[in-house]
Design a binder for this molecule. Structure first.
Ligand SMILES: O[C@H]1CN[C@@H](c2nc(-c3ccc(C(F)(F)F)cc3)no2)C1
Length: 331
């Protein structure tokens, strides 16, 4: 079996949403696929009105295939301190023609103000590893873990694009979606993340390769590229107008600065992925100024590197759960 679904970036590629069908008759919601968490949760009719702001709600009571998991609850907090919690139902879920008939659907009863404010986002599909699922008393499998046994191949792929629709595929690798070869690196899933080690980085096409092992996770749900301070300093030192502005929350530079270099990160045996300099001007810091917030920022607040959308949208990425490895290819 296999599936394929288009993903759509929101403005500034802050997050990528995909259509998902839940229940019978099908209820279609737009969800955020997040490889950095492992809960499948949705805005639902269990929410108070004050927490809803245009989102599409999953209504378990009108689905003829839903069953409430009595006594089961969930509560999750994300990297930006946003959170949600609620009850759990079993129902059928279809993503890109791939159906899981008994998915644990976590129906929100409470969401934080950040989720309420994000009116396009109807919930998250966590495709990290199930050991970090938050459902109590017994954790539940991710959509991919439920689908995996029936798939042609135990993989899903992420093809995120800058300011354009991309695609998530399940169960197969589309050889027309990338250039050259896919380089695989081992994944340590013990903390539930897609954690891998990059051998180093290079700033600019003429820069030297810096061999320094960078431990981090591939996280489709994080917008930016969060890297060790030394790497950020090496990159921003090459940009004439770059400043570290704690008041703005990190590195900024003039949006029209023509000295912004490309950034390359190593995967394995000499392969590097090139992130175009244009991906590094994330957003205007405020309406008046012509300064942009950098797409690369320090990971010091997190404790490990996060290869978020700024990096992932430069590559074709294979999340190979069957073999616990990540595949990287140029595109
Ligand atoms: O926790 C880590 C796991 N992956 C990262 C992640 N963060 C979110 C998120 C999405 C939407 C919102 C909100 F809508 F603005 F509230 C907040 C956080 N989704 O994945 C961070």
């Amino acid at each position: 079996d296999r599936g394929s679904v288009q993903n759509l970036p929101k403005s500034y590629d802050v997050e990528y949403l995909m259509p998902v069908s839940l229940g019978t008759p099908a209820q279609q919601l737009n969800l955020d696929l997040d490889t950095g968490s492992s809960d499948f949760w949705v805005f639902s009719t269990l929410l108070k009105e004050s927490m809803i702001n245009g989102q599409t709600l999953y209504d378990p009571n009108t689905s003829t295939t839903s069953d409430k998991m009595e006594g089961y609850t969930w509560k999750i907090t994300y990297g930006d301190e946003s959170y949600s919690s609620g009850d759990v139902y079993i129902d059928t879920v279809t993503i890109g023609d791939l159906t899981v008939s008994t998915q644990a659907v976590e129906a929100a009863k409470v969401v934080s103000e950040e989720f309420t404010a994000d009116s396009d986002n109807d919930g998250l599909v966590g495709l990290g590893f199930g050991i970090i699922n938050t459902v109590q008393p017994y954790k539940q499998k991710t959509f991919f873990e439920k689908a995996m046994p029936g798939l042609d191949s135990p993989v899903f792929t992420a093809d995120l694009k800058a300011g354009a629709p991309g695609r998530y595929n399940f169960g197969y690798i589309d050889d027309d979606a990338y250039l050259g070869n896919i380089t695989y690196v081992p994944v340590d899933s013990s903390d539930g993340f897609w954690r891998w080690v990059s051998p180093g980085f290079q700033v600019g096409s003429t820069g030297s390769f810096n061999s320094t092992r960078i431990h981090g996770i591939a996280d489709t749900g994080t917008t930016l590229l969060l890297l060790p301070d030394g790497v950020c300093e090496a990159f921003y030192s090459q940009i004439a107008s770059a400043e570290y502005e704690p008041s703005q929350g990190g590195y900024t530079f003039e949006c029209d600065d023509s000295t912004v270099p490309d950034f390359y990160f190593g995967t394995d045996n000499g392969q590097m992925i090139r992130i175009p300099g244009s991906y590094m001007s994330y957003s205007k810091t405020d309406t008046s100024s012509q300064r942009c917030f950098g797409g690369m920022q320090s990971d010091s607040g997190v404790g490990f590197t996060i290869w978020g959308d700024v990096a992932l949208k430069a590559a074709f990425v294979v999340f190979d759960q069957g073999n616990e490895q990540l595949g990287w290819a140029e595109k």
